[in-house]
Design a binder for this molecule. Structure first.
Ligand SMILES: Cc1cc2nc3c(=O)[nH]c(=O)nc-3n(C[C@H](O)[C@H](O)[C@H](O)COP(=O)(O)O)c2cc1C
Length: 251
């Protein structure tokens, strides 16, 4: 019997809230352009940080720290580091794409009232960590899980989050006083927003669009896009995507 069928408590099955969970996932956005200056209360900020702290982590390592930044002076220094890195990255694209890149808004460091740098301490749980022996990067994966928890909790609070990765790591460490053995994983701009866009801002700007999910799902073997039991899944995926195209929130 499937585990889901064993759960009789409607709370365990998220019976009332399931739609809200999906709505949260599908309406989360990376926000750069819609930040409002409204302050985020300590109560809301604490809830969002607590959600991040409840992320899964390899060997329960909890390798994260959350460096919360409100200081305008600090944010200005971070913004300057972003501008330098952005100028470097722009040259990686050819002609038209470079021009398009330069027009994109890629951060809200100064507009968002709060910035949060989420870091990973690779030595948090000593030299041997359960589950990390063969995959040292799992501490970073764990930290990214915390980021996603934070992002979704923020969305539930009506807060936008924008991830800025366009920095030289050393520059960020220097500005924020982060020791060299601690990795900054995510620099997040957080604040209330005027609205959440329906689609990723990069998609609306014509940079890239969402890949159809059925092109990304394989069955039993790498590269195998169908097998004797796959038709139902593929059809259902296409159905959800079609409804999404028509404006429905996928469910
Ligand atoms: C690891 C990571 C780094 C990112 N870095 C940036 C960034 O530097 N600037 C930016 O504008 N968006 C950044 N993003 C946001 C993506 O552009 C965004 O998630 C994607 O376009 C899909 O949009 P959505 O998050 O609104 O669905 C980053 C996202 C991730 C996961």
């Amino acid at each position: 019997m499937e585990r889901a069928a064993e759960l009789t408590d409607p709370v365990d099955r998220f019976e009332q809230a399931r739609a809200a969970v999906y709505q949260n996932i599908f309406t989360r956005r990376d926000v750069r352009s819609q930040f409002l200056p409204d302050q985020v209360s300590d109560v809301v900020l604490s809830r969002v940080l607590m959600a991040a702290h409840h992320a899964p982590s390899v060997g329960f390592m909890q390798p994260w720290n959350f460096l919360v930044i409100r200081s305008k002076a600090v944010r200005q220094r971070v913004h300057a580091a972003f501008l330098l890195a952005r100028a470097e990255e722009a040259t990686k694209f050819d002609n038209e794409k470079e021009e398009q890149y330069r027009r994109l808004k890629l951060e809200g460091i100064l507009e968002a009232p709060i910035n949060i740098c989420v870091t990973c301490d690779h030595g948090r749980a000593g030299p041997a960590v359960l589950g990390r022996t063969h995959n040292p990067a799992t501490d970073i994966y764990s930290t990214v899980c915390a980021v996603q928890n934070l992002w979704l909790a923020a969305r539930a609070e009506g807060l936008g989050v924008g991830w800025v990765s366009i920095f030289r790591t050393a520059a960020l460490q220097n500005i924020l006083g982060i020791p060299t053995n601690i990795s900054p994983i995510a620099y997040l701009c957080v604040g209330y927003v005027s609205h959440f866009l329906d689609k990723p801002e990069l998609e609306l700007a014509g940079w890239r669009s969402r890949t159809p999910l059925e092109k990304l799902v394989f069955f039993d073997q790498w590269g195998q896009d169908h097998c004797e039991w796959s038709d139902g899944v593929v059809q259902r995926i296409r159905h959800i995507q079609e409804r999404e195209r028509q404006g429905a929130i996928a469910e």
